[in-house]
Write a new protein. Structure first.
Length: 199
C-alpha cells in the first residue's frame, strides 16, 4: 500500500519520537515492556524504524506514557499544557499528583491536616525530598525529631524509620519528590538547633 509523502514521513518519524519520549521520561525498555505487554525486541525495532507502527502497538504505549495517541504520530505540538489535578485522600492527607507520566521520580503536593500529629514511623524502599510551602512540618527520621517551616527542605532515604505530619498548630502544605529506586535529589536540609522539637 502506497502512502502520500506526508503520511510516509509521519510514519518514519514515529520511531524516533517514541524513543525520545521514553528517554526524556527516564523509562527503560524493560519497564515499558512490562507496562505494555510488548516485548523489548519489538519496542526496540519500533523505535529504530525496523518495525512498522500499528494501532495495536501504539495504543498500549500511549496508555503507558499517558499521552494522546496523536502525540506519538506527529500531531502539532500545540495544546493545553495544564494537568488536570485530581486530589486523592491517602491516610487522611489530601494528595495531588503533579505529573501524569511514569518515571523514576514522581512529584506530589500534599496537604496534611492539623490532626495528623501522632508519629507512626514506617520504612520502605525509595528516597524522598520534601519542601514546606505553608505551615510547620514535624519530621521524625530515625533518631531525629525536627520541625521545618515554609521554604525549608529535607531529603532522606525512606529505608530509615520516618514519619511526617503537623505540629498540631495547623495544616501543612508540602511539595515532595519520591524516587522508588532510591534516586537522590541533591538538596539536603540543614536544620538549626532551634528547629528541633521534643514534642
Amino acid at each position: 500500500m502506497e502512502h502520500s509523502p506526508a503520511i510516509a514521513q509521519a510514519l518514519a518519524d514515529v520511531g524516533p519520537r517514541l524513543k525520545r519520549l521514553r528517554t526524556e521520561r527516564g523509562v527503560t525498555l524493560s519497564a515499558l515492556s512490562e507496562a505494555t505487554g510488548i516485548s523489548k525486541s519489538t519496542l526496540s525495532r519500533l523505535e529504530s524504524g525496523q518495525r512498522r507502527p500499528s494501532l495495536e502497538l501504539l495504543l498500549p504505549i500511549a496508555q503507558a506514557h499517558q499521552v494522546p495517541l496523536d502525540e506519538l504520530v506527529g500531531a502539532p505540538e500545540v495544546g493545553d499544557p495544564r494537568i488536570r489535578l485530581t486530589p486523592k485522600k491517602v491516610n487522611g492527607n489530601t494528595v495531588l499528583a503533579l505529573t501524569q507520566h511514569p518515571g523514576p521520580l514522581q512529584p506530589y503536593k500534599t496537604v496534611i491536616p492539623a490532626t495528623r500529629r501522632t508519629p507512626e514511623p514506617c520504612t520502605h524502599e525509595g528516597y524522598e525530598w520534601l519542601y514546606v510551602l505553608a505551615g510547620r512540618l514535624r519530621l521524625v527520621l530515625a533518631d531525629h525529631d525536627l520541625v521545618l517551616g515554609p521554604g525549608e527542605v529535607a531529603e532522606f532515604d525512606t529505608r530509615l524509620p520516618h514519619w511526617f505530619g503537623s505540629t498540631g498548630d495547623g495544616p501543612v502544605e508540602i511539595l515532595s519528590l519520591f524516587g522508588r529506586q532510591g534516586e537522590r535529589m541533591h538538596v539536603r536540609a540543614k536544620p538549626s538547633p532551634r528547629d528541633r522539637s521534643t514534642a
